[in-house]
Ligand binder design. Structure first.
Ligand code: ADP
Ligand code: MG
Length: 251
């Protein structure tokens, strides 16, 4: 099967022949990756291997040099209204929670729907409260981010992403900045989302999450996808030397 033909079966997110440089540094090297609707893909690899750049490329926070990224069969738009819509369709949850400090928890969740989706305010608020309930922080709705724990803030960030009804959510090391006792509460929300069929790309070193929730593990090193497999196969029988070395260090 060829990656270039338009007749090949496409995923929800399709990257083909994606290359990206930062100056001399080749950070994404001919990335081909197709993510199916409802699939949970965990991306792992050493620091500096290009995982964050890959996520940022998928919602066009980072332009690519060559290749193509498609969402639902459509090439990513480069600017204007269609770019705003793309960003709404691709949710993103970062390591640092990135909530708006001067808005309440409720406002953090309603802002996107009101501005980008032009949702009716009453409806946006109702939905936001439902989502905050779902991630277990509805009782914090009128507080400000600084009044919440890191784990709670990250759950709000997930609710905020969900409020846009995204087609896919990208998680870039969502638990790396959390105190250990708060990691599980965030992972549980993510596991729940995975079970409900959300399409997810998750950069994480939480191998428990990968084993529980991932359909596929993609191992990156030096800007390349070195190896990919279902979690069971990958963790018990990594084939590349680089994956073996990496797993030896983190497990
Ligand atoms: P990872 O998320 O796997 O740790 P990144 O995607 O953040 O890796 O980074 C890949 C490489 O690109 C690293 O060497 C990093 O230093 C470099 N890099 C990332 N962002 C930039 C940037 N804006 N300008 C220059 N170099 C960058
Ligand atoms: Mg990173």
């Amino acid at each position: 099967m060829s990656d270039s033909g338009t007749l090949t079966k496409t995923g929800l997110v399709d990257l083909s022949g994606v290359n990206k440089h930062f100056g001399e540094l080749h950070v994404l090297k001919d990335i081909n990756l197709s993510i199916a609707k409802g699939e949970v893909v965990v991306v792992i690899g050493p620091s500096g291997s290009g995982k964050s750049t890959l996520c940022r490329a998928i919602n066009r926070l980072e332009p690519i040099d060559t290749g193509e990224i498609r969402l639902d069969g459509e090439p990513l738009p480069s600017e204007g209204k269609s770019l705003a819509r793309l960003r709404a369709d691709v949710g993103m949850v970062f390591q640092s929670f990135n909530l708006f400090a001067h808005k309440t928890i409720l406002q953090n969740v309603t802002l996107g729907p009101l501005k980008v989706r032009k949702t009716d305010p009453k409806q946006a608020e109702k939905r936001a409260l439902e989502l905050l309930e779902r991630v277990g922080v509805a009782n914090q709705a009128s507080k400000y981010p600084a009044q919440l724990s890191g784990g709670q803030q990250q759950r709000v960030a997930i609710a905020r992403a969900l409020a846009m009804d995204p087609k896919v959510i990208l998680f870039d090391e969502p638990t790396s900045a959390l105190d250990p006792e708060m990691i599980q509460e965030v992972l549980e929300v993510m596991i729940d989302l995975a079970k409900q069929g959300m399409t997810m790309v998750v950069v994480t070193h939480e191998m428990g999450f990968a084993r529980t929730a991932a359909n596929r593990v993609v191992f990156m090193a030096d800007g390349e996808i070195v190896e990919q497999a279902d979690p069971e196969t990958f963790f018990t029988n990594p084939t590349s030397r680089r994956a073996q070395d990496f797993l030896g260090k983190i497990l």
